[in-house]
Structures are given as C-alpha cells and as structure tokens.
Design a protein around this ligand. Sequence first.
Ligand code: HEC
Ligand code: HEC
Length: 270
Amino acid sequence: MGFRGLRHPLREGRRIQERMLTGHSVRSFLVGGVVACLLILVFVPPLALLHRQDLPLERRFGALAVALVARLQAGGATNPFGAGARVSEPARAAYIGSCAVCHGPNGDGRGIFGPDTYPNATDLRGEDAKALSDAELFWITKNGLAFTAMPGFASQYADIDIWDLVSYLRALQDGSARPLSIPAPATAQLAFADPRGGAAQRGAAVYFAAGCAACHGPVGDGPADLAIPGRLEILVVREGGRGMPKYGLDRISETELADLRAYVETFAGR
Ligand code: HEC
Ligand code: HEC
C-alpha cells in the first residue's frame, strides 16, 4: 500500500492553480471583448456622423444594402394601380411637395437638398431604382431608410396614395411624367407671414413653415388642381388623401389650424 491512491497535495495544488488560471483568462477575454464592443459603440457612431467621403465601393454597398432590406421587408404586395407608369394629378402634386426638394422635380436626385445630404438623394431614374419592385419602392417610401435623409411617409399618406406615388416614380423613370411648376413666394408675400401678427398673418407663418406653399403656391395660386379659392374646407389638413398629406396634432396644433383657416380664407376671390 503506498500513497499512490491519494493525490499528492503539491501536484493537486498546481492543478487547481492551472484550472483557476484558465478560468481567469477566459473571463478577462470576455471582459476585454465587452469593453472593446462598448468602445466601438461609443466612438463609431459619432465618427460615422462625420463621414462625408466615399470609401471605395461604398455607394455600391449602400445600394446593395437598400435593395436587400427592401427585398426582405417588402413582401409580395402588388400595386393596386397595376405595374408600370401612371401619372395621376394627386401623385404629381404629392411628389412635387414631398419628394422634389431632395429627389428633384424630374427625379434626378438634384433637388434643393439632394446633393447636400449624405448619402445623396438617389437618382430615382437610375438602374438601382428601376431594379426595385413596386412593393420595394412602396416599402421604402412608407418607412424611409434609417441613418439617411430618406424620411418615411407613413404618417402623412395613406397606403393607396403611396402606391399612386410608386406609379408616378415609374412615370419619372420612363420619361412620361411632366413636373408641376409651383409659383415661388414673392418677398411681400413672405413678409405678410408673422407669428406675432393677426390671425391671418400667424396662419401665413404656419402655411409656409408647414410646406403648404410647396404644393399650393404662396397664396393658393398653384396649378388649377390645387387652387384653393372657394375650397375652404381646412379640415382636409387633418384628413389628407388624394395627394394631400395629413398633418397630425404633432405637426399643426388646433390654434395653428384656426390661424391657417384665417389665412386660407384670404385666398377667396383672388
Ligand atoms: C429630405 C430628403 C428626401 C426626401 C424629402 C425624400 N427622399 Fe427619398 N431618399 C433620400 C435619400 C438621401 C435617399 C438615399 C438613401 C441611400 O442611399 O441609402 C433616398 C432614397 C429613396 C429611394 C430608394 C432609391 C434607391 O434606389 O435606393 C426611394 C424609392 C425614394 N427615396 C423615394 C422617395 C419618395 C417617393 C419621396 C417622396 C414621397 C422621397 N423619397 C422623399 C432623401 C429624400
Ligand atoms: C404634397 C402636396 C401638398 C401639401 C404639402 C399640402 N397640400 Fe393641400 N392639397 C394637395 C392636393 C393634391 C389637394 C387636392 C386633393 C383633392 O383632389 O381633393 C389638396 C387640397 C387642399 C385643400 C382643398 C380641400 C378641398 O376641400 O377641396 C385645402 C384647403 C388644402 N389642401 C390646404 C392645405 C394646407 C393648409 C396645407 C399646409 C398645412 C396643405 N394643403 C399642404 C396637396 C398638398
């Protein structure tokens, strides 16, 4: 009988030490990993906000990412207006008022803000946009693209109006769409807008700030289909529809709506 059956206290101690060491290094590896991830989370987004130049292949990668997420999200919905180009007057107005500031009146991506956003607003007549299905265009327009300037329009347009817009994008692509031209406000018309003035003046301030002039012209003198004279049903602002965006209380308060009515009433008989 020897001591072979029993563990040697010294050897046993070393074994325990080794086991502790492995446990220890796994733990420090994990902690290090978590710290590194946190540092990346803290520093990368701010750096990404500064990023303004294309890395090689970055645009390609962006276009692929948009195509991929649109394909995954869009599902198989079909356009109730049918595939292909279609110009409806409401969609033409909606496009001019809601999209043209970035994508340009004819879809080339060169609207007022288009070339200054990063990534730039897309040329909607380009191959990438043509390759998107109607369902994908619908999904992008409705939901927007996070971390880019592309807004989602779900709170402003009903689905049917967004499908109508999709058909209009097809018309921009095949060249059959003719942009609307909206009268630009004159200095005197802008000067009338005064948030501290009377009701009509306050209403004018809301009218310009809320983008009404982008579709209706400065004094409701947009193209005939938008001309407001005699059509004072201001509640349409809450309801929207047929090319008219809807404005919730988060955009226009009840007091502002009352002021807007006072301004719109000055259009009558113009
Ligand atoms: C404030 C600027 C802005 C407005 C307004 C805007 N967009 Fe965009 N849109 C963008 C930007 C920027 C991109 C590019 C995003 C990217 O490259 O990832 C984009 C991308 C798109 C795309 C994807 C095209 C592609 O091939 O990747 C579609 C479709 C689109 N916009 C439709 C619309 C429609 C329809 C409207 C109006 C209802 C609209 N956009 C209004 C800025 C805007
Ligand atoms: C994106 C374009 C667009 C914007 C922005 C817009 N509208 Fe309209 N609006 C339309 C269209 C298109 C119609 C016509 C709908 C129809 O055919 O009945 C319309 C209709 C109207 C009407 C007439 C409704 C009726 O009874 O016939 C009023 C009033 C009106 N808009 C007020 C406003 C005001 C006020 C704002 C700003 C808060 C505004 N709109 C913003 C496109 C727009």
